[in-house]
Design a protein around this ligand. Structure first.
Ligand code: FAD
Length: 532
């Protein structure tokens, strides 16, 4: 076993303020490394750990800030303004879907809801057959999933992790004879505070902040926060490093420009930003698929009001999932009601006194998130110069996807009514309350596709994927089966953008297994990638 030096304070991170104070660096500096990893979330942290453990010099560049667990206040508002991408303002072009993403050391894992689900064997075997990804067949890929399960302490919720909100879902399912099961989560000895989305102050959530990043640092990986990679540099068609800029996260002031010379570049900036970095860099897009096939797993929050106080926001955030329709229709319902503050973003859209009255009743509510599977028709696009241009995210439901979103929300409402709800709040822009299951269909008929801004759904995406599709055919996919970008040697992708087609399972487990797989592919051919 190798002896490594473990930092006293968890993750040692070089922040913008450290760069500003280091006179030896100046306003423009160059670093050399074997591997530069772009992004420190689910995938980036895993790659950093695997590469550093294999003896490589690793540099991790993260555009978000370093926000240690000791800074978490359990108030979602504090976290949203500090470590959510664009302060939760990352939206599609019609601004009706929020693409929620972590922007910090540890990425989205820091604010994740902790639900862990594997892709089914049929999904993996389907990818293997359709995209020439033999190594992702269930038989070959399952060991990677098992490793992640061990590392993240994934377990099936025990009885004490199923709160009152989840019990209402169970009651409804039992009455309707729908299949449900306790969720699996990556939490070690959950303290049941229910504040997962605001960050876990007691480090029980096995996010990258408390797993792969400190482990990578123990093997010598260097981590920079506040450092946005702008471009991948290439020489003779081969990746040779990156250009990045260091920015003060509070003032927005430019601190320094960084150049990195590296043997390998691994993009792990997530499914929105990894393809954008490639577009900014002018990386060859032979397949025409770069940034395309964006799948978002849209979900809406449906709330039920019950007679008795539930305090449904206390206890484990996600207790159970309804899997009756997952395979047949692609809908999955997860129990979960975040703390009252977050209702501002997700709950009923009343204003003034009506809103105050609504909030006063918060203890009577249970909530679920109703997910549906989309068709992966979206895309992301960078317009303009790499430094001064901007991104757009294009995803709007077609009629079929809209009807699926509606059906999954209606299903959630039926479960609540069967569980004893006296009222259900539907996730529409214009407030829509339903008093009885008998009026549900009539009320929902008011929610029609195409009436823009009136009754369409308030929807979020936590889990974009697919924008750098992996596959053997370089004319159909962006990334080769070993993780290397088709046509650009030395440039790898390891994150959620690899997932070759829309999936219904929450993706973090899959993403981390893919990142380990890509790392193994690199390590297996180390002598051809690294000089010395
Ligand atoms: C609120 C929330 C709850 C979620 N809950 C669950 C759940 O319960 N179960 C589940 O399976 N999944 C969940 N997810 C989704 C899951 O977290 C993601 O699928 C997973 O983290 C994706 O990993 P990734 O490495 O692709 O991206 P991320 O983990 O998002 O990491 C990408 C990182 O790259 C950084 N970055 C972006 N651009 C640049 C750049 N130019 N330069 C440098 N760094 C950059 C970002 O700041 C970010 O830190 C949730 C996501 C969110 C936002």
């Amino acid at each position: 076993m190798a002896f490594v030096r473990v930092a006293r304070d968890g993750v040692p991170v070089t922040q913008a303020k450290d760069v500003a104070l280091d006179a030896s660096l100046g306003k423009r500096f160059t670093l050399k490394t074997d591997v530069v990893v772009v992004g420190s979330g689910a995938a980036g942290a895993m790659v950093a750990y695997e590469m550093a453990k294999a003896g490589r010099d690793v540099l991790v560049l993260e555009s978000g800030r370093y926000y240690p667990s000791s800074a978490f206040t359990e108030h979602l508002g504090d976290t949203m303004t500090k470590i959510y991408q664009d302060q939760v303002g990352q939206v599609n072009t019609t601004a009706d879907i929020i693409f929620v993403q972590g922007a910090c050391v540890g990425g989205s894992t820091v604010i994740g809801a902790c639900v862990m689900e594997e892709p089914g064997d049929d999904v993996l075997d389907g990818w293997a057959a359709k995209y020439g990804l033999d190594n992702l067949s269930a038989e070959k890929f399952r060991p990677y999933l098992d490793t992640v399960a061990d590392q993240l302490q994934i377990h099936i919720n025990e009885a004490h992790e199923i709160n009152a909100c989840a019990h209402k879902v169970i009651q409804g399912c039992e009455k309707m004879q729908f299949s449900w099961k306790p969720a699996q989560r990556n939490v070690k000895q959950c303290a049941l505070t229910g504040h997962c989305l605001a960050g876990c102050p007691s480090d029980r959530k096995m996010s990258s902040l408390v797993t792969h990043l400190p482990w990578a640092a123990a093997y010598g990986a260097r981590i920079f926060s506040d450092t946005e990679v702008v471009k991948v540099r290439t020489r003779n068609g081969r990746a040779s490093g990156v250009e990045a800029r260091v920015t003060d996260p509070d003032s927005g002031a430019h601190v320094a420009d960084m150049q990195v010379d590296a043997d390998l570049v691994v993009l792990a900036a997530g499914a929105i930003h990894s393809p954008l970095i490639m577009q900014r860099s002018g990386v060859e897009d032979r397949s025409g698929q770069l940034g395309r096939n964006l799948s978002i797993q849209p979900f809406t929050q449906v709330m039920g009001k019950f007679k008795e106080p539930l305090y449904g926001f206390r206890g484990a955030l996600v207790g159970v999932q309804v899997d009756e329709f997952t395979r047949s229709d692609g809908y999955t319902i997860f129990s979960g009601l975040a703390e009252p503050e977050s209702l501002m973003a997700q709950g009923d859209m009343k204003a003034g006194k009506a809103h105050i009255d609504f909030m006063k009743d918060y203890k009577y509510y249970a909530g679920v998130n109703a997910f549906s599977t989309d068709q992966g028709r979206g895309y992301v696009q960078w317009d303009g110069d790499a430094y001064t241009g901007g991104k757009t995210i294009h995803w709007n439901p077609n009629r079929e996807e809209f009807e699926n979103m509606k059906a999954s929300a209606a299903l959630a409402a039926r479960i609540f009514f069967s569980g004893g709800a006296e009222k259900v709040f539907m996730p529409t822009f214009q407030s829509l309350e339903v008093d009885s299951v008998f009026s549900l269909d009539e009320k929902l008929s008011e929610v029609d596709y195409g009436i823009k801004g009136m009754y369409t759904f308030r929807s979020n995406s936590f889990s974009p994927h697919g924008t750098c599709r992996m596959g053997a055919d370089s004319y159909e996919s962006v990334v080769a089966p070993n993780g290397e970008v088709h046509g650009t040697a030395g440039l790898f992708v390891a994150d959620a953008s690899l997932i070759p087609e829309p999936m219904s399972a929450p993706p973090q487990w899959t993403v981390q297994a893919l990142a380990k797989y890509v790392s193994d592919q690199i390590n297996a051919k180390a002598s051809s990638y690294f000089i010395g």
